[in-house]
Ligand binder design. Sequence first.
Ligand code: SF4
Length: 447
Amino acid sequence: MTEAKTIVEDAPSYLEVVEAPRWTCSLGGAYITTTAVYDAVPILHSGAGCGIAQLLGVYYAAGENAAGGQGGTSTPCSCLIEKHVIFGGEDKLRKLIDSTLQMMEGDLYVVISGCVPALIGDDIEAVVKEFKGKGDIIFVNSAGFKGNTFDGYEDFFGAVIDQLLEPRKQEKKVVNILGVVPFQHLFWKGDLNTVKELLAKLGIKANILFTQFDGVKKLKEIPEAELNIVLSTWNGHKTAKKLKETFDQDYISFPSVPIGPKQTSEFLRAVAKKLEIPAIEVEALIAEEERRAYRWVEYLTDAIIIGMPRPYAAFIGDTNTIIGITKFLANEAGYLPEIIQITDEPPEESRDLIIRELTDGIESVLKPEIIFEKDTFRIRENLRNRSFQVMLATSLEKWPAAKEFAVSHLSIAFPTYDRVIVEKTYAGYRGGTGLLEDLLSKYVGPL
Ligand code: SF4
């Protein structure tokens, strides 16, 4: 014990980096998305470690969440080993699906295959076909080496569109919400429900797909929407395009989940315009909500002004989270973003838009340096010799923030192991106030 303590204390500071993945593989993405749909049962066709790795690497990293009724150690898995690599795993999968249908209640069974079956050439589709007629069952080919969490999210919806959905009559003022990747987006539960409640105030029925008790029914209702709303610069776009091709559904995108009054009003105006909701109705709602939001934020103004007025800030996290939070703090609370590090490797074609959102979209003379970086060591190196006072980041940056940079730190992005997050949200008119409460609480009082 004494020796270990000495080693840590004597270690050069550059060694004190704790690394953890900032996303998982595409099997993980399809798996966590399945578990976010209540009554959908994932069936993993993979090595035994593939599923349990998501428990530690995704669920716990998403604000210390448990994996739910069908996740974690409850998930059926073919647990492939060496002999299946040689002789094939199809028979094992067949037996696993059969026993799962008997033992686990669900409205949709989702066979998710990983690296091993892809490498040995198992015909997952043929095995799954044998069970058609015994309940809704689909398969997602999501070999982990093919991509990451975000790809797995799109793969899941690709399978749902191709194998589950059927054309339905589109309904006026019904929309689907896409682009919020469950668990990977820390505040997905609270954010999605806030968006749903906001749109309901304009008479819009939002199908948020996740966290609904009739989740599989909601999946089947996807074609009923007249519009898909994608809350991301790049997540969910592939799905929205596929829905456009398959069901002729129009879509619009917003750069993130809207946080605070300005973004939320802008979001409501954009959706209302698209759905041809009279401006007078929208403006009446906005006026009422903004009045309340700005009245309540008055209680925070002394803490903002006296606690640390216009602090320089560093932001580290995934695109969607960082865009919403940075714009709110810069445009509505006077924070000065000095450096932004985007950790989710967005595709090249979306980077200009992301940079524009974080420069032109910020009402400040100071424009942040924007770096696309996922490596924790290099992220820390990029923070050196800067003057920021506040850091909004993942929990991987918590200890460097305290020990090396001596700044306040709040975990707002994946992975976050130092907060428990269930219904917490920073979305909407009240969400901005909630973010300021959490952030100011980190430094406002000395005692
Ligand atoms: S990368 Fe492949 S082996 Fe690793 S967890 Fe994902 S599916 Fe399993």
